[in-house]
Write a protein that binds this ligand. Structure first.
Ligand code: GN1
Ligand code: MG
Length: 365
């Protein structure tokens, strides 16, 4: 079956009242394949939907992923009646997925919107901070026992380092000698990068329900007024730490460049973006965060940056089975970019911590 036939069958399977016309591939995301599908409804109107083929190498248990997403999206939708929200379609037997050979399909509403990979406009950044903060607050009363841990130990930095060490030992593609400098840096900052995991184990940081993949391109913005419309990509919603969401968002949004920029001179933390995101995020969450959560918020940006460098490098050494790549060195370029960013964060850590304190003080005033 070609892709048109497959997508037409998916529309049929999700009981869409109309005929599939065509698709456009959406080039965002490093793991799943996303299509914007156009359908001619039986009333004659054209309508778009979003269809995704889930990466089952990454998500070993896609049915559990969809059960999590169904519960979480409906919980959020119920809190904001009448507002734009992400929503998944069901098959005739009430499933939010269709399995067909190697393919695992899901289909959601398409929300007309704009997304950003790099943002300099501080109002947009602040709105992104608010959106992720609100997302977490919306789920504050969601029973985390209802969620499967779809990717176990996803943000366990200690385990990520241990896995990298195993991959280096095995060196399946003979690449380790090329990346010694990167490995030396990463293992030199290991203790500091594992602080959140250690504090969690010591019971000093609380588990919450978190998004766990808070790249700014996972926020949909209105094309008219740049308000945040919805947080998308709920594949990794699981119990996690507030710092996982805050830190990953900063890693991505506050970098001057995209996460795979080969020009390392251009990489660094944009402190204005850091401040704007922090203002928006804390405006929503400051009242509920513990002192230890606040004290480790700035550090979490460094932790998540190092963690991603570890994951990209691990994947590179294995021959890139996990992340989608556009060229053979792509994961190495990503690694180097994250390392350059982590180094710049180390230089700016005292300032980042001061900004968090200033934001908390002005919100609690
Ligand atoms: C993956 O596919 P995407 O872009 O939403 C990855 C994240 C990484 C990100 C890095 C399930 O997310 O953890 O931070 O790439 N998702 C998974 O760009 O591993
Ligand atoms: Mg994702």
């Amino acid at each position: 079956m070609n892709i048109h036939e497959k997508l037409a069958k998916v529309c049929e399977g999700f009981c869409i009242d109309g005929t599939y016309i065509g698709y456009e591939l959406i080039q965002v995301g490093n793991v799943n394949k996303t299509y914007r599908v156009k359908v001619c409804l039986t009333n004659g109107n054209e309508k778009y939907f979003l269809v995704q083929n889930l990466n089952t190498y990454v998500f070993k248990n896609p049915v559990q992923v969809m059960e999590n997403i169904d519960k979480v999206t409906e919980h959020i939708r119920a809190k904001h009646p009448g507002e734009i929200a992400l929503h998944f379609h069901h098959t005739a037997d009430r499933k939010t997925y269709i399995e067909s050979g190697k393919d695992f399909w899901r289909m959601s509403n398409y929300i007309p919107s704009t997304t950003y990979n790099v943002v300099g406009d501080l109002d947009i950044v602040r709105n992104a901070g608010r959106a992720f903060g609100r997302f977490q607050m919306d789920l504050a009363d969601f029973d985390s026992k209802l969620l499967y841990e779809t990717i176990p130990n996803f943000h366990d930095t200690v385990k990520r380092f241990a896995h990298l060490a195993e991959t280096v030992q095995a060196d399946p593609c003979g690449m380790v000698s090329q990346v010694q400098e990167e490995l030396d840096y990463l293992f030199s900052v290991k203790d500091r990068a594992c602080v959140l995991t250690a504090l969690l184990q010591e019971g000093k940081l609380p588990l919450r329900v978190t998004h766990n993949d808070t790249k700014i391109n996972n926020v949909l913005f209105s094309a008219e007024n740049d308000a945040a419309l919805a947080v998308i990509d709920l594949d990794t919603v699981m119990p996690g730490l507030v710092g996982h969401d805050f830190g990953d968002a900063i890693r991505f949004a506050a970098n001057y460049t995209e996460e795979d920029c080969p020009d390392l001179e251009a990489v660094g933390v944009n402190m204005d973006v850091f401040r704007a995101f922090t203002e928006g995020f804390l405006e929503q969450t400051a009242a509920t965060l513990t002192q230890t959560e606040l004290d480790t918020l700035a550090l979490s940006a460094f932790v998540l940056t190092v963690e991603l460098a570890v994951r990209f490098l691990d994947d590179y050494i294995q021959g890139s089975p996990y992340f989608k790549i556009n060229y053979p060195e792509h994961n190495l370029v990503r690694t180097r970019c994250q390392i350059a960013l982590a180094k710049d964060m180390e230089k700016n850590m005292a300032k980042m911590e001061q900004i968090v304190r200033d934001c908390v003080a002005s919100i609690r005033k």
